[in-house]
Ligand binder design. Sequence first.
Ligand code: 2AM
Ligand code: CA
Ligand code: CA
Ligand code: CA
Length: 281
Amino acid sequence: VEPFVVGSKSFTAVAINTAAKAGQWIKSKLGDINRVDTKYSSQDLVTEVDKGSEKLIRNLIMTHFPDHSILGEEGVEPGPEASAKALQAMSDEEYLWIVDPIDGTTNFVHGFPFYSVSIALAHKGEIIVGVVYDPSRDELFVAEKGKGAYMHGNKTKVSLDSKLSESLVATGFPADRDGALPINLKGTLALAPKVRNLRSGGSAALHMAYVAAGRLSGFWEIGLSAWDVAAGSLLIQESGGKVSDTAGNPYRLAVRNVLATNGQIHDELQQELAGAGATGL
Ligand code: 2AM
Ligand code: CA
Ligand code: CA
Ligand code: CA
């Protein structure tokens, strides 16, 4: 991957190095968690490993780019309003790093090996670097605006599936049982008979990396935050796919209800969600 270079420092190199270091550290802590706390709801989990990973990531980024700003999940009050507000307060920063220190904390807590570190860099609101790292498989997905997306030196490309009936589609079951979950279940009910099959791995960032790599045809989820999606959105765009909100409006950092596909099935999937009344709150 040819990195963006500013002076002698490469944004992409720092993003890669930081995600890899955090991911390896997280993996070393698997099965060694003393306490699981809950945040917004009883399904919304956080561990000292989430906080430690975010600290490690912040320290590394700040060492290289002391003038840059960092928006990280564990630096923000829990709940959807607080995360939207935090993003809004920072969205005018020239360089903003958007960090999910563990995406898939529930999996991490249970030892289900599908979790990731997600790091994106936005310049004046536009994402220019996106990295998602899966420590369980040692897979690193990297995208640079206008320069393509890669997994370990190989260009990633979205799948060619052109119909829902030939598509493997993932979703996420939100922790918010009163709000987002019932909506997601409506969409699931509508789509399950139409697609080849559904999957739900439990890491939005990794699902998006899989859409970029052609392993999934599409993905949607209700009630996400910027750090779940930012890096994955660039991976998909640079792999030839499409990212929008579930109503079909173009992706932007504030999107909470995400629809991400190979492009081919985008409209069909969007119409099914809309028809089921499952595009959001
Ligand atoms: P997290 O593990 O970083 O919290 C699972 O459906 C996906 O939803 C994961 O990417 C998870 O990210 C994300 N998610 C967003 N909000 C959540 C919440 N309040 N509780 C749990 N998972 C949440
Ligand atoms: Ca979380
Ligand atoms: Ca997350
Ligand atoms: Ca997280």
